[in-house]
Design a protein around this ligand. Sequence first.
Ligand SMILES: Cc1cc2nc3c(=O)[nH]c(=O)nc-3n(C[C@H](O)[C@H](O)[C@H](O)COP(=O)(O)OP(=O)(O)OC[C@H]3O[C@@H](n4cnc5c(N)ncnc54)[C@H](O)[C@@H]3O)c2cc1C
Ligand code: FES
Length: 508
Amino acid sequence: MSHDTEVSGPDLSQGIPRDSLADGAMVQGHVGDEAVLLARRGDEVFAVGATCTHYGGPLADGLLVGDSVRCPWHHACFSLRTGAAECAPALNPLPCWRVEARDGKWLVGERLASPSATIQPATTPQSIVIIGGGAAGNAAAETLRQQGYAGRLTMLSADEALPCDRPNLSKNYLAGTAPEEWIPLRSADFYREQNIDLQLQSPVAAIDTQRRRVALADGSHLPYDALLIATGSEPVRLKVPGAELPHVHYLRSFADCRRLIAGLADARQAVVVGAGFIGLEVAAALRQRGIDVHVVAPDAIPMARILGPELGNFLRQLHEQNGVVFHLGDSVTTIDESGVTLASGARLAADCVVVGIGVKPALALAEQAGLAIDRGIAVDRYLQTSAPGVFAAGDVARWPAAFSGEAIRVEHWVVAERQGQTAARNMLGAQQPFVAVPFFWTEQHCVALSYVGHAENWERIEIDGEIAARDCRLTYWRGDRKLAVVTIGRDGESLRAEVEFEKAAGIV
Ligand SMILES: Cc1cc2nc3c(=O)[nH]c(=O)nc-3n(C[C@H](O)[C@H](O)[C@H](O)COP(=O)(O)OP(=O)(O)OC[C@H]3O[C@@H](n4cnc5c(N)ncnc54)[C@H](O)[C@@H]3O)c2cc1C
Ligand code: FES
């Protein structure tokens, strides 16, 4: 991950020969000390910032799609015309420059002012309430204001912290390589300036869809005209003796992560329970802190159910090369102050235990409100629930996925943010279907894996390249249907796979 801007390539203020930039091509250069991307679409040439506003991905290695550019790292999408961050995970726009054709060259001139919103301020619905201060909730609130919504906007979050960059909690921040200030998505001032009434530590206890109001746990009520439920997921709790001891941790919120890091201060050996994405990312982060890590999981091969045995074995070897010790086909039966006992009878010393045995969608409110539930909150393609004016987004929502035709629910950061953005537009009456192809990434021991699509029940995996060389593409098939594509070291292929899914579904 990088938050630095690197300046390289030609000085674009001096121009580059016109015929050196083919249609559909991009080149990274600079204007002064700012990295600039020059991109050509037909007869039009655009100049925008070359560095993704999410984690600083190099957009020149990305993909042009229509008049937008997609980031190679986590697939954010920016308009080449306006610099607007059209698709999460980027939330901030790119700067834009004027481009001139002169003396046989493309010359980049002055930096352009950010275009102001052309949308008429909307005051209906009069009051919008968002339940959840996570990926989907935050993206929805920001989008509402970007769209010109001027009515009352309240975000109720059970968290004690501002909406935060949750994926970082099990990666750089936990490893100690990301500073605290990277974690909040926005400052408290941002919400004040945007007139978003963000109420932290304000759990909602009930929704009354008839009277259109929510009841908070403190007994107060808040009316809404439109409501977004974005309550995310809750970690599955380990039910063994000792699981409530203070050195046993779960990792969902910023507060959880801070408590875990505090608990690691004098830790020499940790036991991670679970070999899913969270467990494995935590194992990698703790190894970066120099802590001995033992991973205990019932699986024969980590992640095999999701990614298949080949990638699962690769991940296992990757972790073992980095000092992680696996206890597979085993489970924790008891935890005490000094360690854990396994079903096999083995005893592992542990100053710290981190449990990552999965999550379940936080559906209690939706169930109590009588919304249609189908292993998640059932929503239509506009992310509307069975109750009028009530939308759901993120980990809780099961939606009819345009790219596969199946109703799915996923637990992906980018999907949650994009659903928040779409739900926001639809609360304002846009009637925009949610069509994004699911994408997620994981990073373990400096190996990044990108996953596009959704393969719950695949039958075979086609492997191109070499997994061990960290240069591969795995395609998951059911019959003759391509379900998902996983890449390591091939970010461009991941972007192209996303576009192929979109084309096949008639989305682009
Ligand atoms: C440590 C970690 C690492 C991750 N890494 C990745 C990754 O690398 N890539 C990836 O794609 N995904 C990753 N994920 C998953 C991703 O973070 C989630 O899919 C995403 O956060 C879901 O967004 P959401 O808005 O649905 O829920 P959340 O972001 O979980 O937000 C839910 C919000 O609802 C609030 N809430 C819940 N109940 C109530 C209530 N009754 N009243 C008020 N507020 C309530 C919570 O306090 C919280 O603020 C990771 C998750 C974790 C925990
Ligand atoms: S760095 Fe560009 S999307 Fe993450």
